[in-house]
Design a protein around this ligand. Structure first.
Ligand code: NAD
Length: 414
């Protein structure tokens, strides 16, 4: 809880600083420091044993000046109002960085889907849509999957919304199964976006990806796709880890073999005897480090010992404020999470565009368009950081907020 509160207040702090750098005053900050709309709903659900359980759900909409709001729905016992609000602010910034015609949104339900039957999850998902239906829709606010939600849940939600409106509405939600209007390439989009950022960052530092030595923390959804892309591109993955430890080979690990052996939770190190710790992983001799597991991993303690010249944040919030300062002072290129993980929402946008036009693109076309968007975004953030002499995180926030701030001003809101 305290961590979520910190996440919200620290995001507000960077927003204030960015708006200041962009020349916007206190009134703009007053508008953008909180979501413009926040709905809390109580959702009664008939459980399999005949009882009724009442769940709490949220939907936050940060700012809809450039277009509808967009963001995932999270099912987790630790979901809080503060977390949902903070994530909606983040989504505005991500959408702005890749120049999508969206503001940020986010939703969540306090529940533990791991202890619920499929029938109970379906009834909960349909009731949630009924509860928030007045404020969502293809031109208002477009949900998507997030922690513990998936394409099946998106399909139920889309079906419920379409029934309520008596219209087939695939553009109401993204992350759907392909047969219901999902986009090719959505599953790998986040890792692909991270890979594009790594390629661009390597170019800036004169590193050829084929010779690069890369360390990745986390071997789950994000880390495993990412290690495969980089391995196939010829890079040497010299370290990977999971929650139980890390593997290290200065000559490069056999990623295909490890992918084959890892379980569905992203665990592989328990199969080996010669492991190192996650702490040692961050201090390995390498060119690029990619935290792709959990938050607060690069801290004031280990930042001075990092040997890589590039850090790319695939996870959400892996670097503390203090560590960001240290890495920046040491001249290490830090590619922030809001930029590196924007591939997912970019392909979600492509899914919505395809739904709206009723014409679907092959995977190569999706990938080409994704690459163009991310290369542009990376270079815009990089160039802004150079011209304004600020780190990439602050530059990303500045770029991410510029569209909504200008659109809010043109609309006459501020
Ligand atoms: P996941 O649950 O599939 O995998 C997490 C991995 O991290 C596992 O290998 C796990 O063993 C490891 N891990 C867990 N706790 C750890 C610890 N304390 N130290 C070291 N390793 C630990 O999760 P994911 O979907 O791969 O997401 C990873 C990060 O990337 C998260 O921060 C997530 O928010 C972010 N992210 C993921 C996506 C996506 O599409 N999957 C999109 C955007 C951002």
């Amino acid at each position: 809880m305290a961590e979520n509160l910190n996440l919200f207040t620290s995001t507000q702090k960077v927003i204030k600083h960015s708006l200041n750098k962009l020349g916007f005053g206190e009134e703009m900050y007053e508008l953008l420091k909180e979501p413009i709309r926040m709905l809390t709903v109580r959702i009664p659900v008939k459980m399999d044993d005949g009882s009724v359980k009442v769940f709490t759900g949220y939907r936050a909409q940060h700012n809809d000046s450039v277009g509808p709001t967009k963001g995932g729905v999270r099912y987790h016992p630790d979901v809080t109002e503060e977390e949902v609000k903070a994530m909606s602010l983040w989504m505005t910034i991500k959408c702005g960085i890749v120049n999508l015609p969206y503001g940020g949104g986010k939703g969540g339900i306090v529940c533990d889907p791991r202890t619920m039957s499929m029938g109970e999850i379906e009834r909960l998902s349909r009731e949630y849509v009924r509860a928030i239906s007045q404020i969502v829709g293809p031109t208002k606010d477009i949900p998507a999957p997030d922690v513990y939600t998936n394409s099946q849940i998106m399909a139920w939600m889309m079906d419920e919304y379409s029934r309520l409106r008596e219209n087939d509405s695939p553009g109401f939600i993204t992350g759907k199964p392909i047969v219901l209007g999902g986009s090719q390439g959505r599953e790998k989009a986040t890792a692909q976006g991270v890979t594009i950022c790594i390629e661009e960052a390597a170019k800036k530092r004169g590193i050829d990806l084929k010779d690069a030595r890369i360390v990745i923390q986390g071997f789950g959804n994000a880390g495993s796709f990412l290690s495969k892309f980089l391995y196939d591109a010829g890079a040497k993955i010299v370290g990977i880890s999971d929650a139980y430890g890390a593997l290290h080979d200065p000559d490069g690990l056999d990623i295909d073999y490890l992918l084959d052996r890892r379980d569905s939770f992203g665990t592989v190190t328990t199969l080996f005897e010669n492991t190192i710790t996650n702490k040692e992983l961050f201090e390995l001799d390498c060119d690029i480090i990619v935290p792709a597991a959990v938050s607060n991993q690069i801290t004031g303690e280990n930042a001075p010992n990092i040997k890589a010249s590039i850090v790319v944040e695939a996870a959400n919030g892996p670097t503390t404020d203090e560590a960001t300062k240290i890495l920046t002072e040491r001249g290490i290129l830090l590619v922030p999470d809001v930029l590196a993980s924007a591939g997912g929402v970019t392909v979600s946008y492509f899914e919505w565009v395809q739904n709206n036009q009723g014409y679907y693109w092959p995977e190569e076309e999706v990938n080409t368009k994704l690459t163009a968007k991310l290369v542009d975004a990376f270079n815009n953030v990089y160039n802004l950081s150079q011209s304004r002499r600020v780190n990439m995180r602050l530059a990303a926030y500045m770029l991410g907020l510029r569209n909504v701030a200008e659109a809010s001003r043109f609309r006459g809101w501020v």
